[in-house]
Design a protein around this ligand. Sequence first.
Ligand code: PEP
Ligand code: MG
Length: 756
Amino acid sequence: MLITLQRIVESVNQAPEFDVALNTMVRSVKAALGSDVCSVYLADPEQREFVLMASDGLTIPKGKRITLAYGEGLISLAAQREEPLNLANATTHPNFKLVKEVNETAYRAMLVAPIIHQRKVLGVLAVQQVEARAFTGEEESFVVTLAAQLAAVIAHAEAKGLIADPQSPWLKKLKAIPGAPGVALGEPYVGRPIASLRSIVPRRTETPWREIHRFRKAVLLTRQELKRLAEQVADYVADDTLAIFDVYQGLLDATSLGNAVEEKIKEGWRAQTAVKMAVDGFVSQFEDLDDAYLRERAVDVRDLGERILGHLKDRKKIHNEIPDSCILVAEEVTASMLAEIPRNRLQGLISLRGSANSHAAIMARSMGIAAVFGIEDVPLSYFEEQYLIVDGYSGEIFVNPPSQVVAEYQNLQLEEQELSETVAQHRHKKAETKDGLAISLQINAGLNVDHGKLCGEHQGIGLYRTEIPFMMRERFPTESEQYDLYREVFEHYPKVPVVMRTLDVGGDKPLPYFPISEENPFLGWRGIRMTLDHPEIFLVQVRAMIRANIGYDNLKILLPMITSVEEVDEAARLINQAYFEVRNEWVQQHPKSTVNRPELGVMIEVPAVLYQLEAIARRVDFFSVGTNDLTQYMLAVDRNNPRVAQLYEAYHPAVLNALQDIVETCQKLGKPVSVCGELAGDPGGAILLLSMGYRTLSMSEHNLDKIRWIVRNLESKVLQVILTQALNAKHPDQVRKVLTMKLESLGLGGFVRAGK
Ligand code: PEP
Ligand code: MG
């Protein structure tokens, strides 16, 4: 039976369309059990009925909708009880209801299994037989197992909008992954690559030197094109986002893609073929990586390859008319594609492939453009000549929506615009409450966005993540490479504190050149655990930080993933060693000068630290709470696993109480504490943290205006009321309600639309 089951699951999963999947399921189950009928009913919560979607045995009249109201029949009973019904003679059951249109009279035996996905009953799978008989336990569990498999297929189809919305057949709504907040309305501009690598047929050459010459010329033209694109967007994207174009230029270097292409040409391949081969090689290397951020780099390589190809073929880009209010739709939106559309016309973007980690998503966020990703089952042509709405908060796309929906979204857009203008007005003002309580707002940097160019007043870098430069290379960066990177940060922020975190790789941030294979990477060799096992890596990084800070004296070093006092002692010992080395070297060369020792801090993100605060406080200068990991570890919910995403809840009472305990203990110990996890940049979260007593919040740059505005509109006495209500709540939704009410009263309801 296991083999039959696996075969059915495989063929259902491979079905090209949803209808085919359902029909495959009913046909296979009926055949496997030797029954007379197998059917799938799906729930329609709007109409409160079950709809017969597919059947092998019952005849569904063409164009007719066969339904059973909620509460009717054994179908409803199984769904309501959320357990299977196995009846030898269903016709004698008080709930039995005959569906006349499909001529059900003859069947006695019935086995009904509910189809449940993430606690929600999506429908039922029903098997019927003419003769009266009880299905065996094995048959029952066979159907239950298949119903559970079918649940995932249905949930997937639902998310993709493939199940017609019966109440509003004219409203086509697709569900994608939200990538950048905001709403956008407009006509599509379908972005297609200038030349496609896929269409290249491999060809050989007798004159490789000529091909190398052609290739180098194409590279030169590609470089110029990228430079032009970078200049076009330079005014409205952050410096680090612009670095995407440097990444492209770097890939073109002789040591990278350029070298690989020339090698292939020397082997006797024509330039076009060599580009395709080299790009395919790079792409598959990137796509094999576990890390989502690095996997996305495959897109950049392919985009670059297609640009070179365009120049090799000397194909000029033929621009379709770009609509005035345009939504860029492409198989895979690339950063350079995005740069090609004039900013004043670009409203939003839909990328059929990709995720919130792509460079396009990073750019969209920094440009303030609504963006959604990942609806691979829908062809590009589907969007052509349609009117579109993109909801970057929920991930929804409306295709040719009715006028009421358009009006609703136009209003939202207007509200959003007003809101951003409102909060930006206070951009250069202090973050202090109405009654004068000063709050220190800092920014999280180190990822591609967030470089302080677009934001106003802030009090420094509360978290500088150092992982990315390590991840973008083919080996550990040297001390001098790290020195250059960190020096640039201090030059950029000479007068405010800069909290640099030591390397926090592992978990979901593996290094491609230092693979770590673990069953549970988040509970494994991560952050300080890895770097303490490799003092040579740790010392080089700390030395680079201290050296880069000479003359600025605003460095604070932060240790990630600390679990024990021992780790703090060991890290402090190594930092001391690095400090004395750097100081001695420096003082030898500059006898009259000195090098100051940086402050040391620990991240509170592993719950064990909560019970060792006193001992750790004696060893360090400050604490910083990483709510992202603290939530993950307190609730035992993998922060990257979509299946348990609903359980990842920073407003959980346990997390809130932990946060409250932390701030109280730190106050008693007289140790500064800040928050640098996502909660600090969340409007509701920031209010909660302030009400608990946190006075330093560090967040990504695009949240800064919002949070400053909230701070400036709050009064300390209100915070006390909010805190009492939040800490008394037994459920995160109650906390959310309290905060939403508060934000609405501040006129900031728009910022919480994206809430769960
Ligand atoms: C955190 O865990 O909250 C944090 C700020 O660190 P990261 O998200 O980089 O793990
Ligand atoms: Mg963390």
